[in-house]
Each structure stands twice: as structure tokens, then as C-alpha cells.
Ligand binder design. Structure first.
Ligand SMILES: [Zn+2]
Length: 326
């Protein structure tokens, strides 16, 4: 579709009467909308990465949700089950994956004023070591300016100086290529990319909270902490015992750091398997969240909860469309 056609389609789909029809269709059967965010960034500057949503866009998302949803915690939905909306309005659950430092810097200060419950799934190795995962190292290194990345036998990626969704298509493609590699090779390449494109001195543009920051976030009454594995590798591609050990270690560390029970899990990158879903249930997790870009409907597997992944390029207009499945 050409850009002009896309704009026209968005304008038609964004019109209020069309939105109401789409919304009625999307909410038939009273599903729950579970949103998957990653982190927040300042409105100006910051890495041009899909995972880092501007604070002002997040505030717009909250305002849009409040027009027609009740924003509730996952535990509240879990207690009532999908299909029974409280107060007659559809329900939305806000989740954040990984544990990036922007959650402490930008999300925590607005939670109490906004009075919204959030579930934050933490991948623990980066908190313990202070070293960002490979994807944050790559996005941090390539988050600004014109960049050329040439990887032998893998390809060549040209990032324009102009930030935005078109630049992200190229960077996202590089990340997908790296994601499919063996973890050891991937670590090496991520280090090489970061060395070729050194970020400014100081705290990296994208990196984990400290354990102290995490404890502070966890102590906020609007926050529930969930586990997201220790290694953040694609768990369905690891030997099962290794994947289960990573799930278990993240939960134990989070219990130690926060003093709280950790009842919910999210699959890194949304990757899971039948054996791992059984393992999550056996370990006593009440739910395990996937991605899938669908709403949570009655009868869904509690260990593959579907979520809508929302990022930096979902401004208010785009967000409205995402909510109704466009
Ligand atoms: Zn993740």
C-alpha cells in the first residue's frame, strides 16, 4: 500500500462512527485488552527505539483508555475471569517487559498521580550484572544519527539520520536477524556493533534499573512485579531444563529483591512451548503472558495470555486503531 493510501485508510478507520463499529466488534464477548509496553523515555531526545515510548504518548494512551475502559490489575481480572466486565466497561491491563531504567525514571513518578495499576515483568540477569541485554546494547548504540552496519554473511543495514518508524523498520530487521542467532555469536556481534558506535559516556541510553531502583518501583502500591526469565533468551529454543532454571532463578531473585510473592510470568519475545507452559503451571505461576496482538478472550490458555505490543511509533491516532484490532 502506498503512503497516501495508508493515510486515507487511517483517516477513514479513525473516524468516530467507524471506530464505534470496530470497537463494538472487537469487544464482542467482553474480552480483556492486555497491553505490552517496554519502557518510557523523555519526550525530547533519547534513543529512537520502538521499546522506548515517549512519556507524553503514554499519557495520551492513558487518556484514551479512560474514555472507554477500566484500567485494572491482572490479579483483578484473574479473580473475576474474562467475560465479566466490572462496571459494564471493557477492561484493560497495562504491562511492561524487561526492567529498563526508564521505568524508574519516568513511569514511577507518574503512577501515583495517574492511579493506574501496572504489572512489570523483570528479566533479572541485567539487574544483577548491570549489563544491558544485547538488544538494548544494539538499540542504544544505533538509536541516533545515520549509521551503517555491515555484518559478514548476514547483511548490510543503512539507518537514516531522520528518526521515526521508517528508520525503525531497518533497525528492527537487524534485531530480528540477531535474534535468530546462537546466543554466543549474538553477544559477540552486539558487542562489535556497540564498539563501532560508542554511546556517549555515562549510563547507557538503554539499560537496566539497579536493584535499588527496582525495589523502589516494587514498593509502589500501583506496581505488581512479575518474572520474565533470567537470561531473556528465546526459552523455546533452549534445552527445557535450562529454560526452567532461568524462569525459576528470575522468580527467586525477584522475591529476594522485593520481598514480594511473584505470581505472574511473561515469555521473552512471547516464545513458549507446551512443555514450558506446563512447567510454568507446575512452578506455581498463576499466568504466563505471550504477545500475539490479540485480545484475551474467555477460554484462552492462562499460560499463553495474548497481549497487544505497543511501542514508540504508536501515537494517539495509531493507538486508537490498535485497540480495535487494526
Ligand atoms: Zn522482554
Amino acid at each position: 500500500m502506498t503512503a497516501a493510501l495508508k493515510r486515507t485508510a487511517r483517516a477513514v478507520l479513525g473516524a468516530r462512527p467507524v471506530q464505534s463499529l470496530l470497537s463494538a466488534a472487537a469487544h464482542r464477548g467482553d474480552p480483556v485488552t492486555v497491553l505490552c509496553y517496554h519502557t518510557l523515555s523523555a519526550d525530547d531526545g533519547g534513543p529512537d527505539a520502538w521499546t522506548a515510548l515517549r512519556v507524553s504518548d503514554f499519557r495520551s494512551h492513558l487518556a484514551i483508555l479512560r474514555e472507554s475502559y477500566n484500567i485494572v490489575s491482572l490479579d483483578e481480572v484473574f479473580a473475576a475471569g474474562p467475560g465479566r466486565p466490572s462496571g459494564g466497561r471493557p477492561r484493560a491491563v497495562l504491562t511492561f517487559d524487561d526492567g529498563e531504567a526508564g521505568l524508574h525514571r519516568h513511569l514511577l513518578p507518574l503512577l501515583t498521580a495517574e492511579r493506574v495499576p501496572v504489572l512489570v515483568y523483570i528479566a533479572t540477569a541485567q539487574i544483577e550484572t548491570g549489563r544491558p541485554y544485547w538488544f538494548d546494547r544494539v538499540m542504544g548504540a544505533l538509536g541516533e544519527g545515520a549509521r551503517e552496519v555491515a555484518l559478514p554473511h548476514l547483511g548490510h543495514w543503512s539507518l537514516t539520520a531522520a528518526p521515526g518508524a521508517a528508520r525503525w523498520v531497518v533497525l528492527g530487521d537487524l534485531l530480528e536477524t540477531l535474534k535468530r542467532m546462537h546466543p554466543i555469536d549474538r553477544e559477540e556481534l552486539a558487542d562489535r556493533i556497540a564498539a563501532d558506535n560508542p554511546p556517549p559516556p555515562g549510563r547507557p541510553p538503554l539499560g537496566p534499573m539497579t536493584a535499588e531502583e527496582l525495589a523502589e518501583l516494587a514498593a509502589n502500591p500501583w506496581v505488581t512485579i512479575g518474572a520474565h526469565s533470567d537470561c531473556h533468551n528465546l526459552l523455546d529454543q533452549l534445552p527445557e531444563d535450562e529454560a526452567v532454571a532461568s524462569m525459576d532463578r528470575s522468580r527467586r531473585l525477584l522475591r529476594d529483591w522485593t520481598g514480594q510473592e511473584v505470581a505472574h510470568f511473561a515469555w521473552p519475545n512471547g516464545n513458549h512451548s507446551a512443555a514450558l507452559r506446563k512447567a510454568a503451571a507446575r512452578m506455581g505461576f498463576r499466568t504466563a503472558a505471550a504477545l500475539d496482538n490479540r485480545l484475551w478472550r474467555r477460554g484462552a490458555d492462562l499460560y499463553a495470555l495474548p497481549r497487544l505490543a505497543i511501542g514508540r511509533y504508536d501515537d494517539a491516532a495509531r493507538f486508537r486503531l490498535r485497540l480495535v484490532g487494526v
